[in-house]
Design a protein around this ligand. Structure first.
Ligand code: NG1
Ligand code: ZN
Length: 533
């Protein structure tokens, strides 16, 4: 059709590598950066179509590979409210990425337009950005060709964090509505979160400096801008691993993924007792805290600890406010430490559910709760207030100044949350605000429960596609008989828990194990890995 008149010509500039099959997975497309040119170009086309299918609402595109190696890159689409792309469109992405000719690309666009009943006269709108990776500029220009081919009204946000791009998309699409989310630019982002943070902490004792490991990624310049905008001793930071220029530094020996996998501090950070530390990942959508005790032992405060801290604080505020019928729930994945799950159920007495790995699954479960707190153990997560929670809060009439203050704090907390997606900077301010309000050190926060020793292993197999799971990915249904072996091995260890699942982002199978002691946990992990291999 004439709507796609320019597509074939532009597409010819970005031929698909013949030997690669691309797949839109949990984190969009992700592989060696240089091989993604055609895919990113085609994502531009598809984003345009997606925008037209949403009556011209803005669709986001982020070029990043998060915590993965610097040579990798990736691309994902962001839906109008800043959430991950609707699942039914992931298949379209995979389909168009693998079209072998330019004519086929056009054909697939036409087919989707027809299948979805898309009005092609609508002007498509797209907002896009990238992280600091060296392949970023190449992929960005491929994307711009895709947008030009579809006459998209496009906004380039330059180099920002993944959650900032999600935020901008949501702001653009709610502008002028009662659900207006904020101003769709960097200053608007820093202002919104900075102000909400200060509303919560004003008048409380000042915290000590927070050391931030920015993974030599995009979080480094952005968190400095955040600190400038907040401009308050309540947010005194020292940012380390800020070199986004030198090749070979991104995520190497630093960043949230490194700290979580290795259970020790990153390069560039010396731990002293009572010091406060956190790490972002390469695109600043994950955060973890850690500290060292007097004996020099490393303690990690992971996504589960953040989740329980936040859920406890919210639960207590709801109770203080005297609001009934406002339930706080927690969504976890199977990677959540068993101690955290037990703590949420038995001590906090909060509702908790397991979702599949990948934030979109957690997000959907959290939407079903009044106030849903969701975090992956690796530090990716956020909090959602659903429509009924917002209504309840709006209509609630406080009966005392203490109740009124608690309600006020709940509103401020909601403003401090990036509801579109997990956000290292927003989550950091959230944790900081809660710690300041409670007057807690990291060690005091850590006291709530003790993690069981755990181990996550990556096993490279011939074909990970033969591994199929059920029960929120905790039980294998294929290959035949393997789950029985895992069960037998697990039963040998006190507090043993282990599961095997194919990675959604890497060509590997992951083995997780936990048990009462470090030695038993490692024995379990390695014996299960042996059975998988
Ligand atoms: P996969 O590769 O499917 O295990 C990893 C993380 C997820 C999520 C995605 C997206 C673990 C065990 N898995 O998924 O939690 O963050 O990457 O980045 O951490
Ligand atoms: Zn990330």
């Amino acid at each position: 059709t004439s709507s796609f008149a320019k597509v074939a010509e532009y597409s010819a500039k970005h031929p698909k590598p013949a030997d690669i099959t691309f797949a839109y997975g949990t984190a969009g497309f992700r592989t060696i950066g240089e091989t993604l040119e055609s895919t990113v170009f085609r994502c531009g086309l598809l984003a345009a179509l997606r925008s037209q299918s949403k009556q011209g609402r803005v669709i986001g595109i982020m070029i990043t590979a998060s915590h993965n190696h610097e040579r990798d890159n990736g691309v994902k689409l962001v839906d109008p409210m800043g959430e991950m792309l609707q699942q039914s469109w992931e298949g379209y992405c995979t389909e168009i990425a693998n079209a072998s000719t330019d004519a086929q690309v056009v054909e697939i666009l036409s087919e989707i337009a027809e299948a979805e009943g898309i009005d092609l006269s609508v002007t498509p709108k797209v907002a896009y950005a990238r992280d600091t990776r060296p392949s970023g500029p190449l992929l960005l220009s491929a994307l711009q060709d895709g947008l030009a081919a579809m006459d998209v009204d496009a906004t380039n946000y330059g180099i920002v964090t993944t959650p900032q791009l999600h935020f901008f998309v949501r702001c653009l699409n709610t502008k002028g509505s009662p659900a207006e989310y904020g101003e769709a630019n960097e200053a608007g982002y820093y202002r919104k979160y900075g102000q909400a943070f200060l509303r919560l902490v004003e008048g409380k004792p000042l915290p000590s400096t927070l050391y931030i490991d920015a993974a030599n990624g995009v979080g480094a310049p952005q968190v400095r801008k955040l600190a400038e905008a907040i401009n308050s001793p309540y947010f005194s930071i020292d940012v380390r691993n800020t070199d986004t220029e030198t090749l070979g530094k991104l995520n190497i020996d630093c960043g949230a993924d490194y700290v979580k996998s290795n259970q020790h501090q990153p390069r560039g950070i010396m731990l002293t007792p009572s010091g406060r530390y956190c790490s972002f990942d390469g695109d600043a959508d994950r955060i973890l805290y850690y500290y060292s005790d007097e004996c020099g032992t490393f303690h990690l405060l992971d996504g589960d600890k953040i989740s329980t801290l936040v859920a406890t604080y919210l639960r207590d505020l709801v109770a203080t406010a005297g609001i009934e019928d406002l339930d706080v729930g927690v969504v976890q994945t199977a990677y959540a430490n068993g101690s955290s799950t037990r703590y949420i159920k038995d001590t906090l007495k909060l509702h908790t559910v397991f979702a599949m790995t990948g934030v979109k699954y957690l997000h959907h479960e959290a939407e079903k709760m009044n106030i849903g707190v969701y975090f992956e153990a690796n530090g990716h997560g956020t909090v959602l207030f659903n429509a009924s929670a917002v209504n309840t809060l709006r209509e609630f009439v406080p009966a005392s100044p203490a109740q009124a203050e608690a309600v006020e704090r709940l509103w401020a907390l909601r403003d401090l949350i990036n509801e579109s997606v997990g956000d290292a900077m927003a989550d950091m301010l959230l944790v900081e605000a809660i710690l300041i309000c409670k007057g807690w050190t990291l060690a005091q926060w850590d006291e709530s429960y003790t993690d069981l020793p755990s181990r996550l292993l990556k096993v490279v197999v011939n074909d990970r596609n033969i591994f199929k799971t059920t029960n929120a990915e905790q039980t294998l249904t294929s290959p035949h008989g393997l789950q029985e072996v895992v069960d037998e091995l697990t039963a040998k260890f006190p507090k043993g828990r282990s599961f095997v699942r194919p990675s959604g982002t890497e060509d590997a199978v992951r083995v997780y194990a936990e048990a009462a002691t470090r030695g038993e946990c490692d024995q379990l992990a390695y014996s299960v890995a042996g059975a998988v291999f």
